[in-house]
Design a protein around this ligand. Structure first.
Ligand code: EPU
Length: 337
């Protein structure tokens, strides 16, 4: 295990922010983690856990130690008549894992194709897209408890998933390091096509719906709507879609008949933050080296050389304008170190 000092993190975060870690270690095996936990110097400094860096806003200097999760491996661990149980190590690249499941003939993750990041990061914010969330097929998560060094397994229920949220992003933040994730994938082929664009894309390609064609359609849709982080720095959706009462949504709808909203848990509504930001005039607009993406106003992009201060200045201005215009608070999705 090699400990790096003043490690450049600018290529390890998809927003491409300039950032350096005081100390940095890659964890390939439990042995590496136990060595860090047993190191009298490293165990005293603050720790940050890094996956694919696709949902992070990094400061120019990260104090303490960055643990880059790099364990690899994926396997079918069990199957019964109705399900495949597939386990992946946290350091696996999410989309490579999804594509591997499809190649093996296991279904259920196709709508989550091409989401940036790692397997270990997926449960933290309950990644979701095109009508599916990771919580729908996640069976259990094994973590290292950084306070005790012991392994602890969380069932789906114990992860306390909700829209873009989990126990690991709330009370468990900083304490549990996700080491592997097991999915329970249904053998009964249940396709999720209700998200309008998928059906449209399959029709355009003149293909029938199956898990592989859905994956291809999702990849195509994402590539046309969302900026490629290799080309232009971004962290996907920068804000969560706000959840509001029926009363607020109804009063907004009177003033803005084209407001985009979806029912959420019986009495509430989820508003499209992209629509709010777009109508607040921020789509394609820049502030210094950052801006809101021209094709999807929900995505904050780094046009080059941005710092975390630039990011927060723009994010605060966008939230303020949305609040002033619609009376709705929008909350950033990425984690701030
Ligand atoms: N819209 C606008 N202007 C915009 C952007 C969007 O009017 O600039 C409107 C669209 O017309 C659409 C609605 O807003 O009717 C919703 O937009 P979209 O379908 O693109 O989905 P979203 O709500 O913006 C969410 C996720 C995405 C996920 C897509 C597809 C959140 C915060 N974002 O976006 O996730 O890919 O649905 O399911 O929930 C991510 O988390 O990084 C991410 C990309």
């Amino acid at each position: 295990m090699q400990i790096h000092t003043n490690k450049d993190l600018s290529t390890l975060n998809t927003l491409q922010l300039r950032s350096q870690a005081e100390h940095f270690v890659e964890l390939h095996s439990p042995h590496d983690l136990l060595a860090v936990l047993g190191d009298s110097q490293l165990s005293k400094v603050s720790w940050h856990i890094l996956g694919g860096g696709s949902n992070l806003v990094l400061p120019s200097v990260v104090k303490g130690l960055v643990l880059k999760i790099a364990n690899q491996g994926r396997e079918l661990i069990h199957e019964d008549q109705e399900h495949w149980f597939v386990k992946a190590q946290a350091g696996e690249v999410w989309n490579e894992f999804v594509q591997w499941t499809l190649q093996q003939g296991y279904w259920g993750l196709e709508n989550l194709s091409l989401i940036p990041g790692t397997v270990g990061a997926a449960p933290i914010q309950n990644i979701g897209a095109y009508g599916v969330e990771v919580k729908d097929t996640l069976w259990e998560v094994t973590c290292f408890d950084l306070q005790t060094g012991n392994l602890k397994t969380f069932s789906n229920k114990e992860c306390r998933f909700s829209y873009r949220d989990s126990f690991f992003k709330q009370e468990g933040a900083g304490r549990y390091l996700v080491w592997d994730v097991t999915f329970r994938l249904p053998k009964k082929n249940t396709l999720h096509l209700e998200y309008g664009d998928i059906r449209k894309e399959l029709d355009r390609q003149h293909t029938e719906a199956n898990p592989r064609t859905i994956s291809r359609a999702v990849i195509h849709i994402r590539q046309t709507k969302l900026p490629d982080p290799q080309v232009i720095g971004n962290a996907g959706s920068f804000f969560k879609n706000p959840i509001v009462s029926k009363e607020l949504r109804d009063s907004l709808l009177l003033k803005h008949p084209d407001l985009v909203s979806f029912p959420y848990q019986e009495t509430q509504f989820k508003l499209a933050a992209g629509w709010l930001i777009d109508r607040a005039g921020w789509k394609g607009k820049k502030l210094g080296p950052v801006g809101m993406y021209e094709k999807q106003a929900l995505v904050l992009v780094n046009h080059g050389g941005a710092s975390s201060d630039d990011v927060w200045k723009l994010a605060n201005q966008v939230s303020l304008d949305v609040k002033n215009q619609f009376g709705v608070e929008i909350e950033p999705e990425p984690i701030r170190w």
